[in-house]
Design a protein around this ligand. Structure first.
Ligand code: SF4
Length: 347
């Protein structure tokens, strides 16, 4: 009888512990910092506060940040997204229009003024800093190289701070090797804010070797958020079986995080927008997963991914923090003072 009781006890113990053991264990290593940066946070706040202050619709030129979830959320609140100002109906010309966090060419606010539009600029202050550098180099008679990715809105905005043809784009080390200065002017370079830190260092090394006098930014143009998120991925990626970056395919900083994970030695490094995008075959048999999010991806999407894994694995989550972030940016004056739009000066 004693033996039977003992056997039953063992059995109950098995039953009690069996359910969680049916799922394979998975250790999730959560990169920190990840997700929203101060510039994205500010841009979203600008749209939300504009909707609160001026009512709907509020127009936004280009995706305010590169994230469909964020954009859809703002649409539901009354934001209307357009690619160009001319898409705004004449009847709504008095409604506020917001420029995205990536920045815009100078021609855009000029166009808005010509059309008597009331605009708010959500350009990240760290992008505006690069715009100012470009202008300073131009005023000081320097030939300007911009290290960045062709077609990215930030690059279009930065090149558009100066007359067409003034800024030359350098995308790769090969471009840097082949670059032929167009003048005898001293050279200077600036960069997109969301590049790979390592790739950019390689390009800069080539430029500095070829043009030792080239003027560099006083303070790194690649922003703190990009640098910190890449650093956290470098720390986590080599020790996990797979890595997920939550972010949009058109988000530069998210794409760079995926590349950083791959180069750090992680065999499976994927960029996905939502839990629905997970291809479970990629994660068969893994025991550890690194997880991060691009600067425009909200935390709720990270939680959604963890929940999806918890449905299939016995998950434990550990945060790996490699930097603290305390930066925040001021909102535009128009959203801080109570002056109604009709009386506020445009921009
Ligand atoms: S990623 Fe950097 S530059 Fe871009 S919005 Fe965020 S803080 Fe600004």
């Amino acid at each position: 009888m004693q033996a039977l009781i003992a056997a039953i006890k063992v059995c109950r113990k098995c039953i009690m512990t069996e359910t969680p053991q049916q799922k394979p264990p998975l250790s999730i290593r959560l990169c920190a910092p990840r997700g929203f940066c101060a510039g994205v946070d500010r841009a979203i706040q600008i749209v939300e506060l504009a909707l609160e202050k001026y009512g709907r619709p509020v127009y936004v030129r280009h995706e305010i940040v590169h994230n469909k979830f964020v954009v859809d959320g703002l649409k539901a609140k009354g934001a209307v997204f357009v690619e160009e100002l001319e898409e705004i109906p004449a009847a709504d010309a008095g409604r506020p229009v917001i420029f995205s966090a990536h920045g815009v060419p100078k021609a855009v606010p000029e166009d808005a003024r010509t059309r008597n539009m009331f605009y708010l600029d959500a350009t990240c202050p760290l992008v505006s800093k690069v715009h100012k550098e470009a202008e300073i180099h131009f005023r000081r008679g320097r030939e300007i190289l911009l290290i960045g990715h062709q077609g990215h809105p930030e690059v279009i905005g930065t090149m558009g701070q100066l007359p067409e043809g003034i800024v030359s784009l350098i995308e790769t080390e090969d471009d840097a090797r082949r670059y032929v200065p167009r003048s005898d002017l001293p050279l200077a370079y600036i960069t997109q804010t969301t590049l790979s830190v390592d790739d950019t260092a390689g390009i800069v090394a080539v430029l500095q070797e070829r043009f030792p006098e080239i003027v560099a930014p006083h303070k790194e143009d690649i922003c703190y958020a990009t640098t910190n998120r890449q650093e956290a991925v470098k720390h986590v990626a080599p020790g996990v079986d797979a890595m997920i970056v939550v972010g949009a395919p058109n988000s530069s900083n998210s794409q760079r995080l995926r590349e950083v994970a791959e180069r750090a030695g992680c065999g499976t490094a994927v960029l996905i927008q939502r839990a629905d995008d997970i291809d479970w075959q990629d994660f068969e048999g893994i025991g550890s997963l690194g997880l991060t999010a691009g600067a425009s991806a909200p935390e709720t999407l990270v939680e959604e991914i963890i929940d999806a894994f918890a449905g299939r694995f016995d998950v434990t989550v550990e945060t790996v923090r490699t930097a603290e972030e305390t930066i925040s940016f001021n909102l535009p004056r128009e959203l801080r003072d109570p002056v109604p739009p009709a009386q506020a000066a445009s921009g």
